[in-house]
Design a protein around this ligand. Structure first.
Ligand code: SF4
Ligand code: SF4
Length: 314
């Protein structure tokens, strides 16, 4: 049986490291295993995803994980900026580093499957292991049917072998506590059926469903909302705009809003804060400001409408 996992974290939190430790532990449990990362913007604090794939037989696919069986969230602020349950199987489980209860996480995410909460950050502080990734690894390991705590411990010791022995022991203690100190909310069968029906509509077609040649037409896939990547946001000074639409032409996301071929602002659901629009704007009508700074002259995200694909909206 194949089990696929997606990790959500931020740069510097160690999501990629623990995905590798998990793969190493799975090998010791007799599984075939993969671990691979997906980086967004290369900066500390930017959202990062990592993946695992496990199977009883050799794994011949090397594509990304689109319909994970488990999702582990290292930084709970991502619950509001990333669609962490995207594609997640209702039969699977969502594991979150949080002080909140699983009921609160269900409320926040709408996920009706099994929810596992662990205060990984608190455990890391108390044990002196420093990072929440290790206790979260323990919590995730506790809900994998094939995983043994001893295998996780051995893989962790191997990965940390260059550290001082006392530091290794602190991490092992954090792992054990993460494994043991979970709060679990069972699936809600009433909501599962609706969730699975919606998931079937949202997901990419599996390769068996594609026509020969494997063409995925643009309308099959929605544009990913990259707004959560931002450290800075573009600010629009409408009075300086000469409506050349260079910003629209260069923006790598559908983030520039237009109305009757006139620049009107940004759709912050998609704007990832790359700053290209400000760089190409000839009149300084766009400047980059801190994400927390107040933007002017732009529609609020909830009112914003993405421009039509392939042409200027409006
Ligand atoms: S910063 Fe500008 S170019 Fe970059 S995604 Fe946002 S709107 Fe587009
Ligand atoms: S590049 Fe600058 S001047 Fe041109 S449409 Fe965009 S904001 Fe206006």
């Amino acid at each position: 049986m194949t089990i696929e996992i997606r990790w959500h974290g931020r740069g510097g939190q160690g999501a990629v490291t623990v995905s590798k430790v998990l793969a190493s532990a799975a090998l010791q449990c007799g599984k075939y295993a993969q671990a691979f990362p997906e980086y967004g913007p290369e900066r500390s604090g930017a959202p990062v995803k990592a993946y695992n794939r496990f199977d009883d037989k050799p794994i011949v696919i090397h594509c990304g994980v689109y319909e994970p069986d488990r999702v582990a969230v290292l930084d709970e602020t991502l619950l509001s900026t990333e669609d962490v349950t995207q594609g997640l199987s209702g039969e699977g489980g969502l594991v979150v580093n949080t002080k909140r209860s699983p009921e609160e996480i269900r409320e926040a995410t709408g996920y009706p499957g099994s929810i596992v909460c662990v205060d990984a950050e608190g455990i890391a502080e108390e044990t002196g292991s420093r990072y929440a990734n290790v206790p979260l690894l323990g919590a995730l390991g506790s809900i994998l049917p094939f995983m043994r705590l001893e295998a996780l411990e051995a893989a962790l010791r191997k990965a940390l072998s260059r550290m001082k022995p006392e530091k290794i022991e602190k991490n092992v203690e954090a792992l054990r506590r993460g494994y043991a100190e979970t709060q679990t909310l069972e699936p809600d069968p009433k909501r599962l059926q609706r969730y699975e029906a919606r998931r079937a509509q949202d997901g990419l077609p599996s390769y068996q469903e594609l026509p020969p040649g494997g063409v995925i037409t643009p309308e099959v896939r929605e544009c990913p909302e990259t707004g959560g990547w931002r450290n800075e946001r573009p600010d629009f000074r409408e009075e300086l705009c000469v409506n050349c639409l260079l910003c629209w032409a260069h923006c790598p996301e559908p983030a520039i809003l237009t109305d009757h071929q006139t620049m009107t602002g940004f759709d912050y659901r998609y704007c990832k804060g790359c700053g290209i629009c400000a760089a190409v704007c000839p009149t300084e009508a766009i400047v980059m400001v801190e994400e927390r700074g107040e933007a002017t002259g732009t529609p609020e995200p909830e009112d914003a409408k993405a421009p039509a694909k392939g042409g200027v909206g409006g």
